[in-house]
Design a protein around this ligand. Structure first.
Ligand SMILES: Nc1ncnc2c1ncn2[C@@H]1O[C@H](COP(=O)(O)OP(=O)(O)O)[C@@H](O)[C@H]1O
Ligand SMILES: [Mg+2]
Length: 232
């Protein structure tokens, strides 16, 4: 297995305010899979992603990538892991307002040894003709496409998408999910999509449902459908 999550526990707060957010999570994701992580708000999805992403630490248990436990990485190794192996997409695009589309994407290539070719990528993203526009000249969907470009230009092994369509309308959401699917097919990145939209699970290879810090369901989706055929 590519990503192994073993007995992961995490609490926040002290004494009477202490709450257990992850209550012993076990799961795995294979290389190249699209994994959809579902769960209501507050169920611990972002906390789990942050631990996978090496930006937060579990209290016990571990995450292993290709057999290597993140808890056993020293600071230098962990920084390398975050830089080289992880791409992030969030609900908020966080583009740099005074850089154009192309430049915003190129920001993500900084520190990468072998970034994707920018013009190819702009075409895949459907942004080539918009490459000289500033973020405030773009629609929400185009801004999210730019943010996706910034995340994948370094061709990360793992693409983490935390509520990537949370701020988008129905049609634009489907376009963005289709783009994530295209990227997964073309570049083979392992993709984790976090959402509270149940319909999105249908485009996944693997579905993990969280509730109250515990896994309620974890299965391989044998009836995968294309993102553009999703309905909700
Ligand atoms: N840094 C933090 N400090 C204290 N509590 C936190 C922190 N991060 C998350 N929580 C709490 O943990 C729970 C799960 O949060 P989160 O992982 O963000 O859930 P989700 O992404 O599923 O909405 C929530 O009750 C939240 O308030
Ligand atoms: Mg969240």
């Amino acid at each position: 297995m590519f990503i192994e999550i073993s007995n992961l526990r995490k609490s926040y707060g002290f004494k009477e305010n202490r709450t257990e957010v992850l209550k012993g999570i076990n799961a795995s994701v294979e290389k190249g899979e699209i994994c959809v992580l579902l769960g209501p708000s507050g169920s611990g999805k972002s906390t789990l992603l942050n631990i996978i992403g090496g930006i937060d630490q579990a209290d016990s248990g571990y995450i292993a990538i290709n057999g290597e436990k993140t808890v056993e990485m020293n600071e230098k190794r962990l920084t390398r892991y975050r830089r080289k192996h992880l791409g992030y997409i969030f609900q908020m695009y966080n583009l740099i307002p005074n850089l154009n589309v192309k430049e915003n994407i190129e920001v993500g290539a900084y520190l990468s040894d072998n970034p994707l070719e920018i013009n190819d990528l702009l075409n895949v993203l459907g942004l080539y003709e918009h490459r000289h526009k500033l973020p405030n000249q773009l629609s929400g969907g185009q801004q999210q496409r730019t943010a996706i470009g910034r995340a994948i230009i370094k061709n990360p092994d793992i693409l983490i998408c935390d509520e990537p369509t949370g701020a988008l309308d129905y049609n634009t959401s489907k376009d963005i999910l289709k783009l994530i699917e295209d990227v997964n097919k073309r570049y083979g990145n392992t993709v984790i999509i976090v959402t509270h939209n149940d319909a999105i699970k249908n485009m996944a290879d693997r579905v993990i449902k969280l509730r109250d810090g515990q896994i309620r369901k974890n299965y391989v989706n044998t009836e995968k459908i294309a993102a553009q055929d999703l309905e909700w």
